[in-house]
Unconditional design. Sequence first.
Length: 276
Amino acid sequence: MTSAALRVVGDGAPASASASSRPLIEIRGLAKTYRTRDGDVPSLRPIDLDLAAGEFVAVVGPSGCGKSTLLKLVGGLIPPSAGEVRIAGRPVTEPPDDVGIVFQNPVLLAWRTVLRNVMMPVEVRGLDRGTHLARARALLKTAGLSDFEQKYPWQLSGGMQQRTSICRALVHDPKIVLMDEPFGALDAMTRERMNLELQRIHGETGKTVLLITHSIPEAIFLADRVVVMSERPGTVAAIYDIDLPRPRTIEMLGNPVFADLARRVRSHFYAQGGLD
């Protein structure tokens, strides 16, 4: 294994995985301030960041630094206070059709079966049911859920529910998948299995993934790059290129190179006075 390369982001050009082609996601001067009855609450300072097509980027940072806000801005769920996000050259002003979102909680509808939960984006977008039904079943098979199509969420384990939500995010074949701490509520063993599952899905589909996580090992295990955010109001403090071979295995977590990467990323939080 080779070691990762650290790039500290300053006031220069935005951090990008590829300088030779236009990035799929372009974030320019993106900032967010929430207005409350008690006054303005800055969440994000201006951020410049690029994501290439097919890239897996993980974001870590202290609690309350604006990680989830960043994801919501990229997904068009909230408007920015300054700056913009562009996907494939188009400004994001509302949730784009080519984006799928996975939240920390699966948010499955209790009265709908697994298959009908996965098909929800198809119904909402008015897409062809026949074509996407076949895709939904193929995704469920890939996720090991073929035998659970007609089960209800309460009949599934936490890991199975989260796999269902990932299938739902992928069913309309989005270019981009945004994930907001999707495995945070799972036990350690299930979380490891889900990390392996997500790695496999990314490898097979080639989707562009932006993952928000509190877990430094999870970020290093899954990502091509790890973005470290500063304390609130957050901005990009550093970016690590993770030059580890794929597919990655759980055994890699005990490798000295992996441990050194985790130590270097973790040092940012100790320097800031807190660890997420």
